[in-house]
Ligand binder design. Structure first.
Ligand code: MN
Length: 293
């Protein structure tokens, strides 16, 4: 049987005072397939005058993938898109050569709970033109007391419409009653599980949202026990083997490409156009590591 790794999620801050838990990357695990970033935001009840406000920031070489569990997020980007996203929907922004965006609560005082993910683009797509897509309808089905929503890739006879560029799986599983599931897996995929609500038992390991479970390739089934009301995000993919550098909001094959993008963002280069009317604060990266030369 293939190895299992239990990894503590890492508490960090997203902007001013909003505490989130980061499951990817950590010191112990960078990626699951091309999934290279996973933040668990909330659940949080914002104060009557507060909300999520992530100022304008750039991306290259990746796709951002937003999956709200509860509450709403307003996306704006430098292509001119403005899209409110609600639970059950996916926002997929392909940064490619470069894009900038903001994310905001549409109103103060809301409840918010979401998973925010990034997908590393393969080398041949890294420099593609930027794009944004909103997916209001995803395949859903109910089996053995659990409601499944397919976010990315294919699973059994279901195919997600989300446009991705490497073999991946994104599957949300929510238990409507106590559920015991025996799920088929692809042996060439590695997998990761993050509980979004409650505690779950996967492959004999019980965990809550402070832990991420990694399963290496070679497994063809997964036993899951989900108490009523629990919810888990199952990610999968073929191990990503191309060279990859991640720094701040940038993904590239080498450090020089990241250093160039950072310099351009700092100098307000047209590679990353303004977001909306340009009134949102522009977030700035930390200085590049001195070891990069
Ligand atoms: Mn972003």
């Amino acid at each position: 049987m293939s190895a299992i790794q239990r990894i503590a999620t890492r508490e960090t801050e997203l902007g001013a005072g909003l505490s989130i838990r980061r499951a990817l990357p950590t010191r112990h695990r960078r990626m699951v397939g091309a999934w290279c970033f996973l933040d668990h935001i909330g659940p949080i009840d914002f104060a009557p005058d507060a909300g999520l406000h992530v100022g304008a920031h750039p991306h290259i070489g990746l796709q951002t993938f937003t999956w709200p569990v509860a509450g709403e997020i307003l996306h704006r980007d430098s292509l001119g898109n403005e899209q409110l996203i609600r639970p059950g929907q996916v926002n997929l922004m392909t940064a490619g050569h470069g894009i900038a965006h903001t994310e905001d609560s549409p109103q103060p005082g809301q409840h918010l709970h979401a998973a925010q993910l990034w997908i590393a683009l393969p080398p041949e797509q890294r420099d593609c033109p930027p794009d944004f897509a909103h997916y209001p309808d995803l395949p859903t089905w109910t089996t053995d007391g659990a409601r499944f929503t397919l976010l990315a890739g294919h699973y059994q006879n279901n195919h997600a419409p989300t446009r991705i560029h490497t073999p991946l799986l994104g599957l949300d599983i929510a238990a409507t009653t106590d559920a015991t599931l025996d799920l088929p897996l692809q042996t060439e995929f590695e997998y990761g599980l993050l509980p979004l609500l409650g505690h779950i038992t996967a492959a004999g390991e019980t965990l809550g949202s402070d832990e991420f479970l990694y399963l290496e390739p070679g497994r063809d089934r997964l036993q899951l026990k989900l108490p009523a009301g629990s919810k888990v995000l199952l990610l999968g993919g073929e191990p990503f083997t191309a060279p990859l550098q991640m720094w701040w909001n940038f993904v590239a094959g080498d450090r020089a490409s990241i250093a160039e993008a950072q310099r351009q963002w700092e100098n307000d280069d047209p590679r990353f156009g303004p977001v909306g009317d340009g009134s949102a604060p522009r977030l700035m990266p930390p200085p590049l590591p001195s070891t990069w030369g």
